[in-house]
Design a protein around this ligand. Sequence first.
Ligand code: GLC
Ligand code: CA
Length: 532
Amino acid sequence: MLDWQKDAVVYQIYPKSFCDSNGDGIGDLRGIISKIPYLKALGINTVWLSPCYPSPGDDNGYDISDYCDIAPEYGTLDDFKELLGKLHENGIRLLMDLVVNHTSDEHAWFQESRQSRDNPYRDYYIWRDPVDGHEPNGWQAAFGGPAWEWDEKTQQYYLHLFSKKQPDLNWDNPVVRQEIADMVNFWLDMGVDGFRCDVINNISKDLSAPGCGYGPHLHEYLHELYERAFQPHGALTVGETWGLTPQQTLALTGEARGELTMSFQFEHLLLGRVGGDKFRRCPVDRTEFVNILAKWEVGLKDDGYPVLVMENHDQPRALSRFGDSAYPYESATMLAVLLYGMRGVPFIYQGQELGLSNPVFRSLSEYRDIETINAYHEMRAEFTEEELLPMMNFGSRDNSRVPMPWSEEANGGFTSGTSWIQCAVDPARTVAAEEKDPRSVLHFYRRLLALRRENDCLRRGEFALLHNEDGTVLYQNTLGARKTLVACRFADSEAALPDGVPENAALLLSNYEDADTTAALRSYEARIFEVC
Ligand code: GLC
Ligand code: CA
């Protein structure tokens, strides 16, 4: 792994909701360009841009109809080059979203593929005959219903792990793999610094397995792409990989593997959900939350690099799930210290640095997300509308997709037109308001990221969990002779600081103004120390 990759601090931009420059209600690339000073002041050094390629928008851009262009609503390829150049001038690298498990059904390849069984593009996708008059296997699509769609014209099914407008590419076809490598090189040659790789563990499939993921050729196909594209450009790649163990992650990201640079782990984000179902809430086991993070730190310590994440465009706001609405500032900043005090690469999702919580959706008509809308209709058989709305408010992906609140102006300053989705603006939680308030989550994030920049022990030191009981956490990072300690109170009450913090430890950062090295920890207090 290259040094800049280890020291990356990534900010995820969801282009549709970041900043609208032309008043059409949709965020765009020129809007992002106008906010580069904000990104720079925050102290991040890398941007991950969610898809901004042409797309019919069935899954908000994760259904791509042209891999080598920019969607007109977001701008032009020239705007993109300008954004890339200006980010680079400001010392910020750019990761694109690589969505290659599937395309849109409106992609030219699929338009050809569905013409006839002997079309040259037929084998770009996964077409199968019926088995005993029904679907070839029992796989379910992530957005509801079977993962197979019947095609009348050619009398076969095609596979779609997501919506039926997202047919899966056939990675067993070497021509497809070469097309993808060429496309990846198109962006890398332009100067893009790497990719976030969408549902990448699904690209190789064993149709006889009970479900999809970790197919027989996954490592082979990733290694091939690495050799053809990632490696020659020194690209940073981060895999979206659900349900992995640390061992499986090492098999994808170990230094000698030549596959991916690193990979997300989301295990802690499954807590507080009944059976992992994102719409059914249950209490979060906070001790378990910390134990999971610790397990991954330890599991990846020799040959891997942890990705530190608690929000993205698929997740509700972390503050609404793991924080405490009675202590929004304290719990949002404590969560930041707990997570980003660890060794690894922080990922911050737009608005997380403001301590945003979930907005309120008053009816189904306010939702835009295909997953939420489909789940609502499916669950309508089991629940009343009154029961369903709070469930959707809890779990919907639209919670994090409402526009970035820049100011108190109309629509939070996001657009001068009509926003594509509601603008839920809390006047106390806008960029402008937080800029003015020294005790804001935004200022705290800036301080925390500045501290990580100057303290390599904090960002790279080997992790050890020293204490995790009754809502009190203490862990250490060690780098050579240096040591940092992170103490957090993950509860709404005071408790003694755990043993292990020497009296002469230097307090580097705290989310309480009058923090003192050895005093008891107050509700959601967080402290970072250096031990000399
Ligand atoms: C990933 C994306 C999600 C998308 C899905 C299908 O999970 O993060 O937003 O719906 O892949 O591309
Ligand atoms: Ca726009």
